[in-house]
Design a protein around this ligand. Structure first.
Ligand code: AMP
Ligand code: MG
Length: 466
């Protein structure tokens, strides 16, 4: 066996062939993560050989695998899904021993492409690099953008001026197995596939759930998935991240943010903000994300009930809400550099006031978090903020008091040069478009790389525990 996925690939994968691209120009290489995978030493031509032509990594999968899955798209069940423009290329371990996937986007058609061309636009690839790096910098559990290579084709899309440039992305993820993978087994009433999937996921991702009895192991696994999903969405809500398409094929098994095509970051707090232009009803709008996470879990639980008791699974699902609340509070306070209170309830009361003010005042989201990192320790920084006038208004008094009377944590981080600037690095839509324009107009990649450097500074400034 060359890769763990082969344990279940007869149920959940089909061999795939990479497209033969007319060009391959390296545009982005994630050197930090390549180093952590032991791939830091690859020459540029070897990088292109593996991540544009997809020649196998030594001792790894001999041919790429297009993964089979189903999923609810905007709450409508679709049994026609599967990797239609990507595949699993290799499975690797990082320096802490975690099993990670190198998966692709835009690598060509597969048997699951339906009417699609199997391609990714260069702009889509650039957007994914930006979002994945920024989420990581803000401490959110996320897949990573590993490589982006421009491929020299002309693509036609409704949401970009066309023809538009093409690219192939490699994504590093702590599994590309999805809620929709379980749904596929349930749809086909295939208890053998479901059992194999559950055993596989436990063995490689949740070993603490191991139990010989599937009736015990399955609800235990579901509980852990409910927790990790709740934790991820708590992090989204604390960073103003709008995923855009919370379909059940876009939830992975380890609570990693992924497949966030139309993503946005909120400029101001707005529960009704919707990211995807095709989400006319606002189903996945910002304020609905916690509820939609639960909805997706309900579908997952329904699928797992093929092999486990419904009451046990319902009990497991109750882990979602507290995990979400805990994460929302913990992450908000970590981003503000403030200590937790002894009771979660007190923290949630603060969050209610804080986010209530953020919404009503129309304050800039990233600026506010940046200005008040460390609370009292940032009084002077906040007084010099571009939005300092907002902090002088009477409606802020209560918030100021709460922020400045809480004990700051990790004030040493304020010494990082990132916190000396007047503004935080942001990824608001204007910023993204301003980074894309020079690429589209003059093939100038300088501003993008400069912004990625700033994002990396933010990551170093926050210094999230590994
Ligand atoms: P997504 O919206 O990226 O989660 O994709 C939903 C489904 O559509 C998945 O099965 C994708 O593989 C497929 N898909 C999206 N875009 C394309 C494309 N250009 N060509 C082929 N399949 C695609
Ligand atoms: Mg998807």
């Amino acid at each position: 066996m060359t890769a763990p996925i082969e344990q279940i690939s007869s149920f959940f994968a089909d061999a795939a062939m990479p497209a033969n691209f007319p060009k391959s120009v390296l545009r982005f290489r994630n050197t930090r993560w390549a180093g952590r995978l032991g791939l830091g030493g690859l020459s540029e031509s070897d990088w292109i050989k593996h991540f544009a032509r997809f020649e196998p990594l030594a001792g790894n999968l001999k041919a790429p695998l297009a993964l089979r899955y189903h999923g609810h798209q905007f709450h409508v069940y679709n049994p026609e899904l599967g990797d239609g423009r990507g595949f699993l290329f290799a499975q690797v371990r990082d320096d802490s021993g975690r099993l990670l996937d190198l998966g692709t986007k835009g690598s060509g058609q597969t048997r699951w492409s339906r009417q699609g061309d199997g391609r990714l636009t260069l702009k889509g690839g650039v957007r994914e690099i930006l979002a994945a790096n920024y989420l990581e910098a803000l401490g959110v559990n996320t897949s990573k953008a590993f490589s982006l290579i421009e491929t020299g084709e002309e693509l036609h899309r409704n949401d970009e001026p066309s023809p538009t440039r093409s690219a192939v992305l490699v994504r590093l993820s702590h599994s590309h197995l999805r809620f929709g993978t379980f749904q596929r087994a349930a749809y086909h009433d295939d208890a053998e596939a479901m059992a194999a999937l559950i055993r596989h996921v436990i063995e490689y991702y949740y070993p603490d759930c191991a139990d010989e009895a599937l009736a015990v192991a399955a609800p235990a696994l579901f509980e852990r998935m409910a927790e990790t999903t709740g934790k991820m969405i708590g992090q989204w809500m604390a960073t103003g991240f709008v995923h855009g398409v919370m379909n059940t094929d876009n939830f992975n098994i380890t609570g990693e943010t992924f497949d966030f095509g139309p993503w946005r970051f909120l400029p101001v707090s707005d529960p009704n903000f919707t990211a995807a232009y095709f989400d006319q009803q606002g189903l996945y709008r910002f304020g609905r994300q916690p509820g939609q996470g639960l909805w997706a879990l309900q579908q997952l639980g329904g699928a797992i009930s093929l092999v486990a008791d419904v009451d046990e699974l319902s009990k497991s699902m109750t882990a979602y809400e507290p995990a979400y609340q805990e994460s929302f509070a913990a992450h908000t306070l970590a981003l503000l550099g403030l200590e937790r209170q002894s009771s979660l309830r007190d923290d949630l009361l603060f969050l209610q006031d804080f986010y209530g003010w953020l919404t009503e005042s129309g304050a800039n989201w990233p600026q506010t978090f940046f200005d008040w990192f460390g609370g009292e320790a940032s009084l002077k920084r906040a007084a010099n903020s571009p939005q300092a006038a907002l902090y002088e208004r009477p409606d802020f008094e209560k918030i100021r008091k709460q922020i400045t009377t809480r004990t700051p944590v990790r004030v040493d981080r304020l010494e990082h040069s990132y916190f000396q600037a007047a503004r935080p690095v942001d990824l608001l839509i204007e910023t993204v478009e301003a980074l894309w324009s020079p690429i589209a107009d003059q093939d100038d990649w300088g501003p993008l790389h400069a912004h990625l450097d700033k994002i990396d500074q933010a990551r170093c400034a926050y210094q999230w525990p590994r």
